[in-house]
Design a protein around this ligand. Sequence first.
Ligand SMILES: [Zn+2]
Length: 93
Amino acid sequence: MHEDEIAFIAANDPESVLRRCAADRKLLKLHGGKMHSCPATDEADYLDEWTQFRHEDTCPVVQLIAEGYGWAEETSLADAQGQTPPTEGDRMT
Ligand SMILES: [Zn+2]
């Protein structure tokens, strides 16, 4: 690894990045792939605090987490900027 890469990683607080990734994984575990209720707005921007989501649905929390990683609903996760979705056990190198 080049010294400038080491300096870049150190300047971007890798411990903070790892904490955010761990928190995102916990949110995905809580909201992804299972039936649950989650607050969501409809087309008229009306907030329904108890919107029901089925296991195959993507609730707003998962959509917002994906947005933070640069993945949009209309973009395949595998195609987004050449990135692949994080999986459990991913670590920064
Ligand atoms: Zn949810």
